[in-house]
Design a binder for this molecule. Structure first.
Ligand SMILES: *Cc1c(COP(=O)(O)O)cnc(C)c1O
Length: 395
């Protein structure tokens, strides 16, 4: 099982990795909804609890369906070990709790998922872990922010909603120069488009809720990396604290991964077409999408990623009222902040995902009132254009 990723290529691993067929000879992966497991004898129970023999003990930390999910995602990311969690936020929290202690310091991109900022500012800070926020694409700022007690560098690339792209290889080099770990939230690209571990990152975080599920059904997360970091410290935290993925959710994500690359390719194609159409539209001021030649990190994204992703954002003339008019004129596209779904979603970041920030913080993040984010789904591109055209006509 552990040599799978050496033997097989991505598309094979996506369909096959992590499957353990039972005595029932089932073709599709089974779900194991059981909280505990039965031991043959008191001696066997003792040996399993002591870790002397491998085997299932209790589903807070050992479940066959969850293990299949972990092995498949680890294979796709090229990591030694994956620990599945109950949500993307639980994956981030587990990583921080496992690897940091009071007095440690984090350098993080400012352009991260809003709830991750809250976790750092309101909770990690409470336990004596301080965070310095820097501009994702400014390597100088990252370097200057590092202190003797810096343990982690944290980022998402491309960022959401402005799709800025960070140089993972350069930041991994910087982190390692200072004995720090580089943690990359790979939610927007997924391993189908970007494999941060191959670029030198130490840990990959996932919100499986997004593209790994791919159809907006379940909440889940994962941490992927080396056995001596993820397999020991992160696993020990999960075993103790219990932010565990359910077997049913693991099964949904497991099946989602089988079509991940096909779906990501289709998301990328639709997003590229929509970005190009918006860019030439007279009512649109600016489009943010790494697949456009005008994007500041277009060349880096082309080198680092195997596709430009399914998320784009654009600015209309006329501020919040104009942006809301475009959003409210849609009949097909869903007004929701989720992403990574086959169904296209639209959101107004300034009043939703970034609504808790002060005006100054929003300005610093360049999230303007006229910005609209679209997570492009798999509908027919002409129908998506028509749905946005209706509101743009009113401006
Ligand atoms: C959604 C998201 C998260 C949080 O994941 P949950 O599954 O909602 O807890 C973290 N990072 C990014 C980039 C996300 O989009």
């Amino acid at each position: 099982m552990s040599h799978e990723s050496d033997q097989f290529r991505f598309d094979t691993l996506a369909v096959r990795a992590g499957q353990q067929r039972t005595g029932e000879s089932e073709q599709s992966e089974p779900i194991f909804p059981t909280s505990s497991y039965v031991f043959g004898s008191a001696a066997e129970a003792a040996a399993r609890f002591a870790g002397e023999v491998p085997g299932n003990i209790y589903s807070r930390f050992t479940n066959p369906t969850v293990r299949s999910f972990e092995q498949r995602l680890a294979a796709l990311e090229g990591g030694e070990r994956c620990v599945a969690t109950s949500s993307g936020m639980a994956a981030i929290l587990s990583t921080f709790m496992a690897l940091l202690q009071s007095g440690d310091h984090i350098v993080s991109s400012r352009a991260i998922f809003g709830t991750t900022s809250v976790l750092l500012n309101n909770y990690l800070a409470k336990f004596g872990v301080e965070t310095t926020f820097v501009d994702l694409t400014d390597l100088d700022q990252w370097a200057k922010a590092i202190k003797p007690n810096t343990r982690l560098l944290f980022l998402e690339t491309p960022s959401n909603p402005l799709t800025e792209v960070a140089d993972i290889q350069a930041l991994a080099g910087l982190a390692h120069q200072h004995d720090a770990l580089l943690v990359v939230d790979n939610c927007l690209c997924t391993p189908a488009l970007q494999r941060p571990l191959e670029l030198g990152a130490d840990i990959v975080i996932h919100s499986a809720t997004k593209y790994l599920d791919g159809q907006g059904r379940c909440i889940g997360g994962a941490v992927v990396g080396r056995e001596d970091v993820v397999g020991t410290d992160v696993y020990a935290f999960l075993r103790t604290a219990g932010p565990t993925m359910s077997p049913f959710n693991a099964w949904v994500f497991l099946k989602g991964m089988e079509t991940l690359r096909l779906r990501m390719g289709a998301h990328c194609r639709n997003a590229q077409l929509l970005a190009e159409w918006l860019q030439q539209h007279s009512k649109v001021k600016q489009v943010h999408y790494p697949g456009l030649a005008s994007h500041p990190q277009h060349a880096l994204a082309a080198k680092q990623q195997q596709g430009f992703g399914g998320v784009l954002s654009f600015e209309v003339a006329g501020g919040k009222q104009a942006a809301w008019k475009v959003i409210d004129s849609t009949l097909l596209i869903s007004i929701t902040a989720n992403l990574g779904d086959t169904k296209t979603t639209v959101t107004h970041p300034a009043t939703t995902t970034h609504g808790r920030l002060t005006q100054e913080q929003r300005d610093a993040a360049a999230v303007s009132d006229s910005l609209i984010r679209v997570a492009v789904g798999l509908e027919d591109i002409e129908d998506l254009k028509s749905d946005l055209q209706r509101g743009l006509d009113l401006l």
